[in-house]
Every structure is written in structure tokens, then in C-alpha cells.
Design a protein around this ligand. Structure first.
Ligand code: 3PG
Length: 305
């Protein structure tokens, strides 16, 4: 069995070591393709791989065509919008993610971005504190729940909305459940996005919604750039100079956002899950899921049909 780790944005070395140990114990060969710059490199590397671990790396029909031996691809992380699920199914490849494994890492970064924004990007002027402010969490999945947990340590008032999570579950976590996205934006000083990129959410964070934030509101995006309607957000930031937008995902029109004082994005890579712990948790979970699938047919966490 040959297991390929293909990561344009590499895992920490300690995570790679841990993944390799899991594959060694199973008698699998580990092949590493890191920091690749051309798709061709991935196409060549997958040619004889039986299993594949990726991060935000794109696995489309072309990659699956090239991967003649592939049985399983695991996205070490939460969002699997980078895998063409239909093509995977057509190629009889099982696709999985590793839900929750990098959630704390992303949630901690939310607060890094928020403290930075609230202190006016450390420009020397007096900022404000998070304590007592209302934090709205859009989507109460693994990351959203971790954000809620940490927010309580800051003594924030926490609200959440999730179209797919019952209000009782949100309330049971000690969080105020609101009835809609609109209400969340109206009632929060800060909104943190934790929705996946799907056909339904694409560009759903638009002008009408963000403009509901009160004066001085902050939008923090550690989810996906695809959920933002960039054209409309840029228009709004031009008018509402009181608003701030902070994200760890470089927007497509980053040069236009650069004009705004109240914006910050980490460059050049998405940084939410870029910690040794998240890499270890997600990477090793991915390796174990591969071995469990190959050896025992376990399909828990499969995301394609
Ligand atoms: C995820 O979906 O798990 C996060 O966005 C992390 O993505 P990354 O592995 O590319 O950092």
C-alpha cells in the first residue's frame, strides 16, 4: 500500500512524523509531496497511490483520473469543498474529512484576529475590550462551539444561528439561539463565520446582511472566502468606515480591500489550522481513518456516497 501526503501547505514536521508512524505500523509506504507549485506534480505523484491525505489541495476529476490505484482520499480538516465528490464516487474513491480535529486551532485564531482588530491593529490608539461585547456565531459546528467556549472566558455575550442545528442544542451550550442570520447580524457587535462553502452559502454574506451590524461592528471570517460577496462587501466598507473585516483567507480582490483601514488578512496562506497541534490531530486522524478503511472497511466520516 502506498499512501501519499500531498500538501501544498505542509503539515508541521512532527505531524508528518506521526502520520508516517501510523502507516509504518500498518506496513504501508509513505510518500510526501509538499509545497508543490504545479498540478502536474500532483498528477504524477498520485499515479500509484492507494491512499491520499490532503489539506486544501484540490482533488478534481483530472487528479482522480490520474490516480489509477486510489481507494481513499482524506481531507485532513473540516471543509471538503476542495474535493469533487461526484467524481470521487464515479471513480469508486471514498472521500472523508476529519471533523473537529483542527477546530480549536481555528477558534483560537478568531480571538487573535479579534483582539488585534479591537486594539485598532496595534496602531497606538486606545482600542476596546472583548469583555461584555456580543459575539454572534454563524453555524454551530465544531469550530463554532469552540469559539463559544473561548468567548465565555472573555466574558462575552454569545449568540448563535445555525440553519441545521436545533436551537435546543445551542441553548444547552449556554449560548443564545437566534432565529435567523439577519437577527444574528442585528444583535451582535461581532459576527464570526463558521459556515461551509456550499452552493447554498456561496456569496451569502452580502451587503444586505453585513450592513445590519451595529456601528463599529466586526466581521471575522475563518471559514471560506467563497461565502463572501466581495463586490458588495467592498461597496459597504466604502460607505461604513466604522466596520472592520478580519480574515485568515486572502480575498480574491485583495488589492481593493487593501484600501480600507479597518481590514486585516493573514498572508499568504490560510492560517486557521496552521498549528502543530491541529496538524497532528487532523493528520494522524486521517492516517488512522485510511488504515481503518483499508484493513477493516470502516467508512465513518465518509462524505461521498
Ligand atoms: C479546514 O477546512 O479544515 C480548514 O479550513 C483548514 O484548512 P487547511 O488544512 O488548508 O489549513
Amino acid at each position: 500500500m502506498k499512501a501519499l501526503i500531498a500538501t501544498e501547505k505542509p503539515f508541521s514536521p512532527v505531524a508528518v512524523k506521526g502520520i508516517k508512524e501510523v502507516f509504518d505500523a500498518a506496513g504501508y509506504e509513505t510518500v510526501l509531496l509538499e509545497k508543490y507549485t504545479e498540478k502536474q506534480q500532483l498528477l504524477e505523484a498520485v499515479a500509484d497511490a492507494d491512499a491520499l491525505i490532503i489539506r486544501s489541495d484540490k482533488v478534481d476529476a483530472e487528479v482522480l483520473d490520474a490516480a489509477k490505484q486510489l481507494k481513499i482520499v482524506v481531507r485532513a480538516g473540516a471543509g471538503y469543498d476542495n474535493i469533487d465528490l461526484e467524481a470521487a464516487t464515479a471513480h469508486k474513491v471514498v472521500a472523508m474529512n476529519t471533523p473537529g480535529q483542527n477546530a480549536n486551532s481555528v477558534a483560537e485564531l478568531v480571538f487573535g484576529l479579534l483582539v488585534y482588530a479591537k486594539r485598532n491593529f496595534f496602531n497606538g490608539t486606545s482600542g476596546t475590550e472583548l469583555k461584555g461585547k456580543r459575539l454572534g456565531i454563524l453555524a454551530f459546528g465544531n469550530v463554532g462551539r469552540n469559539v463559544a467556549r473561548i468567548a465565555k472566558g472573555f466574558e462575552m455575550e454569545v449568540l448563535a444561528y445555525d440553519a441545521y442545528c436545533p436551537a435546543e442544542v445551542i441553548k444547552a451550550a449556554g449560548v443564545k439561539a437566534v432565529a435567523s442570520q439577519d437577527e444574528l447580524f442585528e444583535q451582535s457587535d461581532i459576527v464570526s463565520l463558521h459556515i461551509p462553502a456550499t452552493a447554498e452559502t456561496r456569496e451569502s454574506i452580502n451587503r444586505a446582511l453585513v450592513s445590519k451590524l451595529p456601528k463599529g461592528g466586526i466581521l471575522v471570517n475563518t471559514a471560506r472566502k467563497e461565502v463572501i460577496n466581495e463586490t458588495e462587501l467592498i461597496e459597504l466598507l466604502n460607505e461604513r468606515t466604522d466596520l472592520k473585516y478580519v480574515t485568515d483567507i486572502k480575498p480574491d480582490a485583495d488589492h481593493k480591500f487593501a484600501e480600507f483601514e479597518g481590514r486585516y488578512f493573514t498572508t499568504p496562506k490560510k492560517m486557521g489550522a496552521q498549528t502543530a497541534e491541529a496538524n497532528i490531530n487532523a493528520g494522524i486522524a486521517a492516517a488512522r481513518q485510511i488504515v481503518d478503511f483499508i484493513e477493516n472497511g470502516v467508512t465513518k466520516f465518509q462524505v461521498n456516497k
